[in-house]
Design a protein around this ligand. Structure first.
Ligand code: G3P
Length: 217
């Protein structure tokens, strides 16, 4: 399973990239706004840190505008993935950009039917927002299961990029289903390492080792 970070914060990306666990980055207009920085400069800097796919989202809502913005974002770096909303114009632009060999991440997916259309449009990635579905009492992981089943039925190459992740269990559940990618907030990637019994076990090992008075070196 690939793990992407869902952030535009350069410091968070730099720090967690050192773990070797960061396979890509996703951003969106809200994350760019939160960074307080220029989108072009931010995406360029991120692409210099992470070699995997870096999603940068258009803000136009019409086909022509999406194509112009998508081309501008794609020319920043070869690992830029253009993010497009799951709308009629978004999927038209997805098909056109994909034909031009530009990676496309279709975002704001909330239904299985939408995910089917994104695969037919040639999306590189589909981003179902599991957390936002859970937030309204729907079953986000059921959506992931259905998408995985349909994509397998037709051998679609579109990768399932589980987004809007609210906790470690979302990552585990997505992996159990066989989703290709989970994009996760930095704090959740850090939480994936943590277990109280690991901390206690290590403390106990080190305490017992100290009592030996030995040193390995
Ligand atoms: O970036 C796409 C998605 O991960 C956003 O998640 O937390 O805003 O629902 P969230």
């Amino acid at each position: 399973m690939k793990l992407f970070l869902d952030t535009a914060d350069i410091n968070e990306i730099t720090d967690l990239n050192k773990t070797g666990m960061v396979d890509g980055i996703t951003t969106n207009p809200s994350l760019i706004a939160k960074s307080g920085r220029n989108i072009i400069q931010t995406i360029e800097e991120i692409c210099g840190i992470v070699s995997g796919p870096v999603s940068a989202e258009v803000t136009a809502t019409d086909y022509d505008g999406m194509m112009r913005e998508g081309a501008r974002l794609a020319e920043i770096a070869s690992n830029v993935t253009v993010k497009l909303p799951l709308t009629v114009d978004g999927l038209r632009a997805c098909a056109s950009l994909s034909e031009d060999n530009i990676m496309v991440n279709v975002t704001l997916c909330f239904s299985t039917a939408q995910a089917l259309l994104a695969a037919k449009a040639g999306a590189s990635f589909i981003s179902p927002f599991v957390g936002r579905l859970d937030d309204i009492g729907a079953d986000g992981m059921k959506l992931i299961s259905e998408i995985a089943e349909i994509y397998a039925n037709y051998d679609y190459s579109t990768e399932i990029l589980v987004a809007s992740v609210r906790g470690v269990q979302h990552v585990v559940d997505a992996a159990l289903i066989g989703a290709d990618v989970a994009t996760i907030p930095p704090k959740i990637m850090s939480q994936m390492y943590k277990h109280p019994l690991t901390d206690k076990g290590l403390a106990d090992f080190l305490s017992d080792w100290e009592s030996t008075g030995q040193s390995i070196l």
